[in-house]
Ligand binder design. Structure first.
Ligand SMILES: Nc1ncnc2c1ncn2[C@@H]1O[C@H](COP(=O)(O)OP(=O)(O)OP(=O)(O)O)[C@@H](O)[C@H]1O
Length: 246
């Protein structure tokens, strides 16, 4: 059974390049320890969240409040700086789609690579199914991704990321997917994935979208939970994931 447990989790980003690293400064720095010097940004601050199968959690909050970082923690992109994090279930993160991609590799090698990263076997049949979803010309499979337009690239990455069902689905904003015809198709595929997933977490600035799709909405502020709102009656309508961009 899928579950997510975060107990007092914090994540600090190191602040590279934000200081004066000159030789003089370093030598003096050894002699004079400056008090209160911060070398990190605490992006997630003492977060405790428990979620079981059936949970549909919305993450809301202003720019920089820690929504994306929290999703990346749950996806395992970053380890927590402190606190305990425990996840059970296959996580499919639809965050920045091009993580793990090498633009110099041909399209089908990238698909195989992404499948391996997510623990799937890249069989010919699986790659062909993914390629068919993109509706791109067959010859393009053997071209480096560097030669693809941004819309074409998005098709390949989206088709690959959504090829398998998830126990835990993480969505960071709705992906602005190219032309209308593909956007509709992508939305149907995503709705299918959402309805099959045991736990879904969506970070968004679109409050109506969160109220339509979530059982609870967590409001973040400066990396902390400012409030948690239980949504009374999640809509009986199918998920409508089209989102107004921030
Ligand atoms: N790679 C990074 N290195 C250093 N600091 C970062 C990094 N990524 C994010 N931050 C900082 O962490 C904090 C939280 O950022 P995060 O992207 O998680 O916020 P967000 O709520 O998703 O914002 P938005 O709504 O704008 O997408 C911000 O202060 C941001 O400047």
């Amino acid at each position: 059974m899928a579950f997510i447990s975060l107990r007092n989790v914090c994540l600090d980003y190191p602040l590279y390049g934000a200081y004066d690293f000159s030789l003089k400064r370093r030598l003096i720095g050894h002699l004079i320890r400056e008090k209160g010097e911060t070398r990190v940004i605490r992006a997630v601050d003492d977060i405790t969240i428990m979620a079981e199968a059936g949970a549909r959690i919305g993450l809301a909050g202003p720019n920089g409040s820690g929504k994306s970082t929290l999703l990346r923690l749950i996806a395992g992109v970053y380890p927590p700086s402190s606190g305990q994090l425990s996840i059970r279930g296959k996580v499919v993160p639809l965050l920045g789609l091009n993580a793990g991609v090498n633009l110099d590799f041909v399209a089908e090698d990238n698909i195989a690579l992404l499948l391996r990263i997510s623990g799937r076997k890249p069989t010919r049949a699986v790659i062909d199914e993914i390629w068919a979803f993109t509706e791109l010309e067959a010859r393009m499979q053997r071209l480096p991704l560097r030669m693809f337009s941004s819309g074409m690239l998005m098709r390949v990455l989206f088709a690959t990321a959504t090829a398998f069902p998830a126990d835990i689905l993480l969505l960071d904003e709705w992906l602005s997917v190219v032309d209308e015809q593909f956007a509709e198709k992508a939305e149907r595929r995503l709705q299918n994935l959402v309805s099959q997933a045991a736990i879904v977490i969506i970070a968004s600035h679109d409050q109506p979208l969160l109220r339509r799709t979530c059982t609870s909405i967590i409001h973040l502020d400066h990396g902390r939970i400012a409030s948690t709102v239980t949504v009374e009656q999640p809509s009986a309508l199918p998920f409508e994931l089209r989102e107004i961009s921030a």
